[in-house]
Design a protein around this ligand. Structure first.
Ligand SMILES: Cc1cc2nc3c(=O)[nH]c(=O)nc-3n(C[C@H](O)[C@H](O)[C@H](O)COP(=O)(O)OP(=O)(O)OC[C@H]3O[C@@H](n4cnc5c(N)ncnc54)[C@H](O)[C@@H]3O)c2cc1C
Length: 233
């Protein structure tokens, strides 16, 4: 898995602080932005987060390039609707020689052969390749062959996706996907995204992550009961 911030709003903490201060000041907005000191930014952002005044967080966004994750993960990711996505198309790009993610539990299992998993991947690849070739032989275009042959591809097949989220929704995303209840692969990705966001905006992302890291676990009977392990990043 490769996760990297491609771009982010310049000076995101200063911008969010200026947007928050805009609400309570009568000086022109550019003056607010120009005159904010680091100390004022820290004070404003801390107040903002404590008050739950979240809309100023929407002015700053982060764009991530994500490669080598499974289609199982990307299906979970795109359920987060308040975001923008651009994903490698299986209609336009061939999956001949596709790569795949092997879950650790399968790699380490004593009872299930890793070979079984690998041979299932191999069978999918072979079926895909034969289907593409046959459909093209039947007169279909490459795109038509790819988009129909892909129905035999597994969830493990890797994909690449560009994701943009604003800070308000990133905090929500991290609260769901850094939690132990999220599946290991998307949790690993979310933890890496958070770690990189913290380097850019340490105040805003200080308490981000699974809710139990900064307060009570909201999962009730579904709680992982492990608390501390959510802080594992
Ligand atoms: C541990 C875990 C297990 C899951 N298991 C399942 C499962 O078994 N089956 C399944 O289908 N999904 C499952 N999901 C996905 C989950 O139901 C959400 O679809 C996903 O987490 C996206 O969350 P969201 O809707 O809050 O995010 P977003 O779509 O980004 O929305 C953010 C917030 O905006 C508001 N919002 C967005 N759209 C609307 C709307 N149309 N109406 C009102 N408010 C809106 C809501 O407040 C929402 O919380 C699971 C998620 C997690 C974290």
């Amino acid at each position: 898995m490769q996760v990297k911030i491609l771009e982010h709003t310049p000076n995101p903490e200063k911008l969010v602080a200026a947007a928050a201060k805009r609400c309570y000041s009568d000086v022109p907005t550019y003056e607010i932005m120009d005159n904010l000191t680091d100390e004022q930014i820290k004070k404003l952002l801390t107040k903002l987060v404590n008050m739950g005044h979240e809309s100023p967080l929407e002015h700053a966004s982060f764009t991530f390039g994500i490669d080598g994750v499974s289609r199982a993960l990307s299906h979970q990711l795109v359920r987060h609707r308040i975001a923008s996505y651009s994903q490698k198309s299986q209609r336009y790009v061939s999956e001949g020689n596709f790569d795949y993610v092997v879950p650790e539990v399968i790699k380490n299992s004593k009872s299930i052969s890793l070979e079984l998993f690998k041979s299932a991947m191999q069978e999918s690849q072979e079926a895909y390749d034969v289907l593409v070739e046959s459909l093209i032989f039947d007169g279909l275009s490459e795109k038509e062959a790819y988009e129909n042959a892909r129905y035999v591809l597994p969830n493990a097949c890797t994909t690449s996706i560009v994701v943009t989220m604003n800070i308000r929704i990133l905090l929500h995303f991290f609260s769901k996907r850094c939690c132990n209840r999220a599946q290991w692969e998307i949790r690993e990705m979310a933890n890496e995204m958070l770690s990189q966001c913290r380097q850019v905006a340490p105040i805003l992302f200080k308490n981000a992550g699974a809710p139990c890291v900064s307060g009570e676990c909201p999962e009730g009977s579904m709680s992982c009961q492990e608390g501390e392990s959510c802080k594992g990043m």
